[in-house]
Design a protein around this ligand. Structure first.
Ligand code: SAH
Length: 539
């Protein structure tokens, strides 16, 4: 055979079905081919792209003869496109074509040319329609026992279920093959919560597309057929606003759950919310075998190679238990007024969070604690009982009060405490510092905060919009003097509420003030006023 007569096999994955989701190379390949071989439905899907290619239509189960025919035609010098939906290498024609070629002693150098053209497989197209269910380790399992023994498929389902893979089930069910999906659900229920999110996508990116969000226990109540892909979440997968989302990692960070700061669904670490993932109770801890990832992998492998048959009841006992280590972060201080940690409090802190925790001293007169735990409440209870003040961290309101000269200048303490109670720890667009100083000396630097308060002459001076960091750091603008004690808390709360309402995500308070120009009647000035600070400690 001379070089220019050498035929070519183009093994094309044309994606889910719509032309938009087909690669440019797949379209080109269809155009450059002399003949096209594929299952009837597939030919119909690419019909708009056809010019004058010869069409070889075959039925569903004639894959081997399709591959043989393609090789025969290529050997006669033709350019032949063999088409598969999705990706041709995923339960498609690519492997079969190679098998036929290999049987004939084909070698790349001397035989017909072969090009495999990748396409978007159903796991990806269907995932996109569901949200972001894949994200983490995932696998595909075809439930078709046409070419694979059912016993082996079952073992794979079990291994994947046990190892907490997100699973995409291809060929879940056909007119004749109906029991496989039922048995699969039963196996999965031994390892995952009945509430595990499940997505059913039929005919993704085709005319009769149907997307259904359900869960493991109810999935069989919906139509599942030959054109459906079933995506089953792992133990961290959650449903949010009609989307299925699997977080990127198992290690989760969360801070104190103030009422004003509802945790996102996947951050809910309460046992009621995730009974299968977190067994905190004593009794449950006894039953639960906390299985290491390595042990799980070994067990899964054992199942695949068939070393042991595990009785269904034994499996039941092992139901889940990925202890999802979560990092709990919070701030601790001796209180809004007190700046002194007693040795007893220090001891309790260390004993409660343990030696593995990180304790960081922050510029906000707080100790920031990071600790791996699945029992945040146990920790907070012990620390609070010792008189420590616990606060959330992140983009929240932090009240930084002075020590009121060790309590000697105590007149304004009630306002500081009230502010802490009303808005301390509240979520805001970006971390917000409120500096609160009990006399004109302002030795804790109140005006150098987003909002600064100085108690002086039985009333308050109010500063807003300091730029706390950077080379062009500056104090806040003095916007009011002599605000009465019974008005100040309300005023500060209104300013913070306005910032909560109109501030953009991540917008620092001074930028917000500059952008909106007027906050609670106070007008932004480009150059902050020169502030004359009283030199004498007192009022
Ligand atoms: N090669 C294809 C898979 C062929 S097996 C691919 O990579 O996607 C056939 C199975 O693929 C179907 O039973 C269904 O589970 C899945 N599938 C293929 N196209 C699909 C689509 N558009 N929407 C939903 N599922 C699809």
């Amino acid at each position: 055979m001379t070089e220019n007569k050498r035929g070519k096999l183009l093994i094309v994955g044309f994606g889910p079905g719509s032309e938009q989701h087909m690669t440019a190379r797949a379209k080109e390949a269809i155009l450059e081919s002399d003949s096209i071989i594929g299952y009837n439905t597939y030919i119909d899907l690419i019909r708009p792209l056809l010019t004058n290619q010869e069409i070889v239509r075959t039925g569903m189960t004639e894959e081997v003869s399709r591959a043989q025919e393609a090789v025969k035609q290529a050997e006669s010098g033709k350019v032949v496109a063999v088409i598969s939906s999705g990706d041709a290498g995923v339960y498609g024609m690519a492997g079969l074509v190679y098998e036929v070629l290999i049987e004939k002693g084909w070698k790349e150098e001397t035989g017909v040319a072969v090009e495999i053209i990748p396409g978007i497989s159903a796991i990806n197209s269907c995932a996109a329609l569901l949200g972001a269910p894949i994200m983490h380790d995932a696998c595909t399992i075809s439930l078709s026992d046409h070419l694979t023994p059912w016993e082996l498929i079952k073992r794979r389902v079990e291994a994947a279920a046990q190892a907490d893979f997100v699973i995409a089930l291809y060929n879940p069910r056909s007119g004749r093959r109906t029991k496989q999906i039922v048995e699969t659900q039963q196996i999965l229920l031994q390892y995952r919560s009945p509430k595990t999110p499940v997505g059913l996508v039929k005919s993704a990116y085709r005319e009769r597309q149907v997307v259904i969000m359900t869960d493991l226990e109810s999935m069989l109540e919906h139509e599942i057929g030959m054109l459906t892909t079933v995506i089953i979440g792992n133990n961290s997968t959650f449903m949010y606003d009609g989307k299925i989302i699997t977080p990127r990692g198992y290690q989760r960070k969360y801070t104190l759950a103030a009422e004003e700061q509802p945790l996102k669904p996947h951050q809910r670490l309460k046992e009621e919310a995730e009974p299968w993932a977190m067994h905190q109770g004593q009794a449950e801890q006894e039953i639960q075998k906390t299985t290491s990832v390595l042990e799980l992998a070994e067990e899964a492998l054992e199942k695949v190679v068939g070393k042991s048959e595990v009785a269904a009841t034994a499996v039941q006992e092992k139901r889940v238990s990925f202890q999802q280590t979560a990092v709990f972060e919070f701030a601790v201080s001796p209180g809004i007024v007190s700046k002194k940690l007693s040795p007893k409090q220090m001891l309790t802190l260390v004993e409660t969070v343990g030696e593995e925790a990180t304790i960081e001293y922050t510029p906000d007169h707080q100790l920031k604690v990071s600790v791996e735990t699945n029992d945040p409440n146990g920790i907070t209870e012990k620390l609070r009982a010792e008189g420590l003040l616990l606060l959330p961290i992140g983009d929240v309101v932090t009240i930084k009060a002075c020590d009121f000269c060790d309590g000697e200048k105590a007149d304004s303490i009630p306002q500081a405490e009230e502010l802490q109670q009303l808005i301390g720890g509240d979520s805001v667009p970006k971390q917000l510092h409120i500096g609160f100083n009990g006399c004109g000396m302002a030795c804790y630097g109140a005006p150098m905060n987003d909002i600064g308060l100085i108690y002086r002459k039985k009333a308050f001076d109010l500063f807003i919009g300091a730029k706390i960091t950077g080379r062009n750091a500056h104090v806040g603008q003095l916007v009011a003097e002599g605000v009465a004690p019974d008005k100040i808390v309300e005023l500060v709360v209104s300013i913070v509420n306005d910032y909560k309402k109109r501030g953009l995500p991540n917008e620092r308070f001074h930028k917000f003030f500059k952008r909106v120009q007027i906050v609670e009647g106070f007008t932004y000035k480009e150059v902050p006023d020169q502030v004359v600070v009283d030199a004498v400690c007192g009022d």
